[in-house]
Ligand binder design. Structure first.
Ligand code: CTP
Ligand code: MG
Length: 557
């Protein structure tokens, strides 16, 4: 942080590259990787999937159950680590990671079912609970410690803003926002656990099945509590369909006229309802371009979207993840932009005619591809495509070419990170760039890294880098695009006007990110104006009401 504040970005970069922070980077290097600067997405994902295959989640009475649970499990297997968290209703869970997958199998074999009951129907899954007993003989004092740093709880807003107020610069505020709100290691582990749980259920129904997280859970731009996008695949490999083999499985043809995968997704939804402990509120959205089944996962407090065979979504996550690892400023900057868009009401949790986090992220990447006098911070997608080798060829569903360079260690150093601009300077430049952008005639395309002609007159045009004919912001209305233009101008003006820290706590990001109504309320609380407080509270409620209805909000002063 100090390095960033003083503009010594290279020393900061070195510092970051040598720190093996596992949360969003998902990177853990082993001795053979010491000379490698970048870990690939596939390596990071393989490590997370392997971790999930040797872990399970145990519901316990409280944190105090740790010694007892550790003692009990270590009778069967050796334990790598235990992570504690609470769900939103205050129930306690421990994610236990064993030394190997066989270790976990051993422990699973020792588990029992709860009751002999036709309503329940026994099943095995990596989500279990720990029965309380009076005789605590099994409890031992483990030689490992319980990891429970904040579990999966989102940082308290008041605490966060207090920390932002106490920072020394806007750059430090941006970094703090990222550090305090990014999805942590346990958040990532649990997302892979849910994927693994589904995989174990579907394994018996489909050959070579895999359930993988994609989107913000794995692309490095996820915040604590983000939704979990999952894709189910059952790829038939060349080996599986080897024509020299003479014994071939009898197969079941899907009949009935409708798209086979719509029918299979119905079965998947039924299975979630009947056979997946923790899966609740299952909704089928099967007529969309990408049919999905939505559900909530009770044990982990996650909102999940499961789709079939959308492999391009995974490759898109890989691409975003790679851009995020190339330069340590990319993720913090994207976080602050996403957070600002949420504060001013440009994004909304409900789907609609407004921009969402994914196209916003592309806008940040596009801005970072712009050439300055020092060069650019990120390379164009075209560069990544041109540098791709045979090993990078990937063809997704519907023959979509998702080929691009995967090993960033092969990327020439002069194609990225060519500016020492601080995060504060970049944020201001981001707003200024879009305040002047010609949205009427130009499209945003990270393929070229420069504005290109819009092929139609939709309000906002952001090219999908993996499917060039598609606009990822085609849903955005003219009204919403106008609001976007207005808000970037406001933000540029606000940041450019500077601040006087002596006079007010609302400086830098605090002024930019804290909801105006909440700020007014706090200010009144400070001066103790109890009479006016009642009416301001009402205004605050109205603000929340507006938010639910998706209307423009936080216009209160
Ligand atoms: N995606 C895509 N094309 C789109 C929309 C989404 O390829 N038009 C892919 C992207 O990989 C995206 C993922 O689907 O990251 C999930 O979409 P979404 O949940 O909308 O975005 P997230 O990046 O997950 O962000 P959020 O935290 O808001 O869920
Ligand atoms: Mg998502």
């Amino acid at each position: 942080q100090t390095a960033i504040n003083t503009g010594k970005l290279n020393s900061f970069r070195k510092l970051l590259n040598t720190s093996f922070k596992t949360c969003n980077c998902l990177c853990m290097r082993n001795s053979s990787d010491v000379n490698k600067r970048f870990v690939s997405f596939d390596e990071a994902v393989a490590q997370r999937r392997a971790e999930a295959r040797r872990s399970f989640v145990v519901q316990v009475n409280s944190e105090a159950s740790f010694n007892e649970l550790y003692g009990y499990c270590s009778k069967y297997a050796s334990i790598n680590g235990v992570h504690h968290y609470k769900n939103s209703v205050g129930e306690h869970f421990m994610l236990v990671e064993f030394a190997s997958e066989d270790n976990l199998k051993e422990v699973i074999r020792s588990c029992s079912v709860h009751q002999k009951d036709i309503d329940v129907m026994a099943l095995q899954s990596p989500f279990v609970w720990f029965r309380a007993v009076n005789d605590k003989k099994g409890a031992i004092v483990p030689n490992a410690t319980l990891s429970c740093i904040n579990g999966t709880e989102e940082v308290d807003e008041d605490v966060l803003f207090e920390q932002l107020i106490n920072c020394n610069s806007v750059s430090e505020q941006i970094q703090t926002l990222y550090d305090k709100t990014a999805l942590n290691d346990l958040g990532v582990r649990l997302r892979y656990m849910v994927a693994r749980q589904l995989e174990t259920v579907f394994e018996s129904m489909y050959a070579n099945v895999a359930v993988r997280p994609f989107g913000s859970s794995v692309n490095g731009f996820g915040k604590m509590g983000c939704d979990l996008d999952l894709v189910l695949t059952n790829v038939v490999t060349d080996e599986m369909s080897d024509p020299s083999k003479r014994l071939i499985f009898q197969e079941k043809k899907c009949e009935g006229g409708r798209s086979p995968w719509q029918r299979h997704m119905e079965l998947v939804a039924e299975t979630l309802e009947l056979r997946v402990p923790g899966a609740t509120r299952v909704h089928r959205i099967l007529h969309a371009r990408v049919p999905i089944v939505k559900f909530a996962h009770y044990f982990t407090d996650m909102e999940c979207d499961l789709c079939y065979n959308n492999v391009s979504g995974v490759y898109m996550s890989e691409l975003l993840w790679m851009y995020g690892t190339l330069d340590p400023r990319v993720r913090p900057l994207t976080f602050v932009v996403r957070r600002w868009a949420q504060t001013v009401g440009l994004t909304n949790i409900h789907p609609g005619r407004w921009i969402t986090n994914f196209p916003l992220t592309l806008m940040v990447l596009f801005f970072l591809q712009q050439k300055t006098k020092d060069g650019s911070i990120l390379p164009s997608f075209k560069t990544l495509f041109q540098k791709a080798g045979k090993e990078d060829i990937r063809i997704a569903e519907e023959n979509l070419n998702c080929t691009f360079l995967r090993d960033l260690n092969k990327l020439p150093a002069e194609t990225y990170g060519q500016s020492d601009a601080s995060l504060e300077a970049l944020l201001l430049q981001f707003f200024e760039f879009y305040a002047q952008f010609d949205f009427e005639d130009k499209a945003i395309s990270i393929i070229e890294g420069i504005p290109v002609r819009k092929p139609n007159n939709l309000a906002l045009y952001i090219v999908n880098p993996l499917e060039q004919a598609l606009n990822v912001s085609r849903n955005v209305s003219f009204e919403e695009c106008e609001r976007l233009k207005l808000e970037v101008r406001n933000a540029a003006w606000q940041l450019d006007a500077g601040y006087d820290r002596e006079k007010s706590d609302d400086w830098g990001l605090v002024a930019l990110l804290e909801k105006k109504a909440a700020r007014s309320l706090k200010r009144l609380l400070k001066v103790g104006n109890s009479q006016r407080l009642v009416s301001v509270k009402d205004l605050f409620n109205e603000d929340e009401e507006n938010e639910k209805n998706g209307k423009s909000k936080t216009k209160l002063t």
